[in-house]
Design a protein around this ligand. Structure first.
Ligand SMILES: [Zn+2]
Length: 102
């Protein structure tokens, strides 16, 4: 296991997690439930983190992250997932929360 990415929030962490899984990369999110204690612990500990199961997946994971960053640059509105009803940016192809196709 190796830390790959420190997310801004759960949305950010799960979005990346589902993209990684979609690309066949095994990963986990840690610290997802600690937002209530932000302010009492250092941000690096309080923020959700995405960890890769296999270090050798890192180059592909970085490509996934770069693609995600490009998509974020071109936003416009939001859509709601038909499976779990979470809100997603309109340009996403997969729900950040459940991974369903939008
Ligand atoms: Zn969903």
């Amino acid at each position: 296991m190796e830390r790959f990415y420190t997310a801004l929030n759960r949305f950010d962490a799960y979005l990346l997690l589902h993209r990684l899984q979609h690309a066949g990369i095994r990963a986990h999110v840690f610290n997802e439930h600690v937002s209530s204690i932000v302010g009492e612990v250092p941000p690096d500990i309080a923020q959700p983190q995405v960890w890769l199961v296999n270090e050798r997946d890192r180059p592909r994971a970085e490509a996934v992250l770069a693609a995600l960053a490009r998509e974020r640059g071109q936003s416009g509105g939001n859509v709601f997932c038909r499976s779990c009803h979470e809100e997603n940016p309109a340009n996403f192809e997969l729900c950040w929360h459940c991974g369903a196709s939008l």
